[in-house]
Design a protein around this ligand. Sequence first.
Ligand SMILES: [Zn+2]
Length: 287
Amino acid sequence: MLPESYLSPLHLPFNQSSLGNAFAFRAPDRDPGTDGSWLLLRGAELAVVAREGSLSLPAGALPAGVDRAQALYIGEWQGAPCRVVPFEPGVELPPEIELCGLTSQWPQVSIALLSLGGLAYQVLYWHANSRFCSRCGTEQEWLPGEWGKGCQGCGSHHFPHIHPCIIVVVRRHGEILMTRKAEWQAGRYSLVAGFLDMGECLEEAVVREVREETGVEVENVRYVGSQSWPFPSQLMTGFVADYAGGEIRVEEKELEDARWFPVDDLPKLPPKRSISRYLIDNYKDRD
Ligand SMILES: [Zn+2]
């Protein structure tokens, strides 16, 4: 159900553009209290209902065993309030509800629902991990009208932590540099990627990560675009770079393999909904 290709990284799933005009992000304390739809999440699985040939969010009464007190308002979806509620594996869902894996290879929902589910996942993750002040340990409360919390003890304000990462397609005369981790599906490769270090700009992180993971030196590092990756809270920034020297030396703590692949004979690739695949499809052999 997801698109076969994307016009630009802006249009990838999990970026807010994918929600179109159907969603307005609002602060949790702005809940109008009226009925709306539910983003019911069990880990990274979203509850959906088949209605008139397409999948949508459940509305009305919550399934037995789902705690209404845990509902968190996140905004308006299709003109009505939308609330996130986590639920436990033990809860028995009514037969009309199906679960969609938000990180599965082929999620069977629209790009808008997938992206909304991702946002809900990220919101719940931060909510659960920010109950207490990281400075003094006192319980926190929502700041009025914001996605932020204030400490009742020391007065600090805390906001969602979003972690920048880089991901890069490195090119060398008709080949690209790809890596794989041992836990991935057999034969599947992806691009060099990693978290930004303190005191580093994104381009510096690209050079360092490629060097650390593969021993290869790169030049002409150019930014392409970015994708929100809400599992749990990354921003993937995509780059293209050119080979500048060095032989492959695999960083064995993190990787099982790293090698150059000819662009007309690539291995199993990441799914099209990811910026890694966008970079491979669009930058493997041209700018
Ligand atoms: Zn505090």
